[in-house]
Ligand binder design. Structure first.
Ligand code: KDG
Length: 338
């Protein structure tokens, strides 16, 4: 059928009965399909931002590029999607920078406990030269980083007790992301840290395979952790970025115009996602309390003890990501705090 259609178009062109531009329209213009995987549910800050990105791409490309948003880890956990992008079996994803450290060790910089004190610092460093430098380190591994989105400041939930002081971590079986800094950090605080993909977390909390986890308020809400977690302790122990990545194998087949469509949509989606996430986070604590969670804030003195204890992991991070990158980051933060 396609061959017949092409022959017909060619003969109509030859007779001048069909002008070239119209013929171009008559040709099969199959939209370029982009599979964009993510791990949270559709009704989450992550899902809303992927939907926004998809709308931006379709609009800017005049329908020539279509993004299929595939959520709830239907394409597998972050690490599996990362490999699918590297192999060219999937085009795009968004996930945690923390799960990328096995591919690009410099991503561990963003795991540093208490690195950012607020979102102003996070945006400035992530969207500036340091964030770009770390993102560029993905390319030799077969990934192209487009932008950072906001997962947010991470807080602790568990089913055993309120964590009011560092000693309360003792004996808590705590799920952490598959990342050595998180593992070492929570072991240093006295918890029994268990690395686990996000996609397995709700079930593990429900069956008490683990007692607790740590994530931003948004995720605690959208993943309904309040159904299986009684206690929420506000620690804000680390700012967690997400990163939108593209398969380099696929990216390199795109025209410059197509790459620009994706980059422009990614920047617009970053600004949308951060605004949406911050608005939701502002409401989330009240909503979680209304859902029955018992919420406590760590007293400043206890937060300071936690920060001092976690400083032990910083030397290892600096050695891992490179002392120059570490020093550059600390200098950038000092300048922002002047
Ligand atoms: O796909 C899930 C990831 O987006 C991950 O970042 C969620 O923060 C997360 C976690 O705790 O695994």
């Amino acid at each position: 059928m396609k061959k017949f259609r092409r022959t017909l178009v060619a003969s109509l062109l030859a007779t001048g009965l069909l002008a070239a531009p119209v013929a171009a329209l008559a040709q099969d213009i199959k939209p370029r399909l982009i599979r964009f995987g993510y791990g949270l549910v559709e009704a989450s800050n992550q899902g809303r931002a992927v939907k926004f990105f998809a709308e931006q791409v379709e609009k800017a490309s005049g329908g020539k590029m279509k993004v299929r948003a595939i959520g709830a880890a239907a394409l597998g956990p972050d690490t599996q999607m990362q490999q699918a992008l590297i192999g060219g079996a999937q085009e795009m994803m968004v996930g945690s920078t923390a799960t990328l450290v096995g591919i690009t060790k410099e991503m561990a910089l963003w795991d540093t406990p208490f690195l950012f004190s607020n979102t102003r610092e996070a945006d400035a460093v992530l969207d500036g030269p340091i964030g770009q430098k770390v993102m560029d380190r993905l390319q030799p591994a077969g990934l192209v980083g487009l932008v950072y989105w906001e997962n947010g400041f991470r807080n602790l939930t568990n089913s055993k007790r309120p964590v009011q002081k560092m000693e309360d971590f003792d004996g808590i079986k705590l799920r952490v992301m598959q990342n050595n800094v998180y593992l070492e950090s929570f072991r240093t605080l006295g918890a029994n840290a268990v690395p686990m993909p996000f996609s397995e977390l709700f079930g593990a909390l429900e069956t008490k395979t683990v007692d607790g986890q740590e994530n931003p308020f948004n995720t605690i809400l959208s993943s309904k952790f309040f159904e299986v977690q009684k206690f929420l302790s506000v620690t804000n122990h680390v700012y967690s970025p997400w990163i939108v990545t593209v398969s380099k194998k696929w990216w390199d087949t795109l025209s410059k115009d197509e790459q620009k469509v994706l980059m422009d949509a990614a920047v617009a989606s970053r600004d949308f996602e951060r605004k949406d996430t911050r608005e939701e986070a502002g409401r989330a604590l009240a909503e979680l309390r209304a859902k029955g969670m018992q919420i406590n804030e760590l007293p400043p003195a206890e937060s300071a003890r936690m920060r001092a204890r976690l400083a032990q992991v910083n030397a290892g991070i600096a050695a891992n990501v490179g002392q120059d990158l570490w020093n550059e980051t600390q200098a950038a933060l000092a300048a922002l705090r002047k």
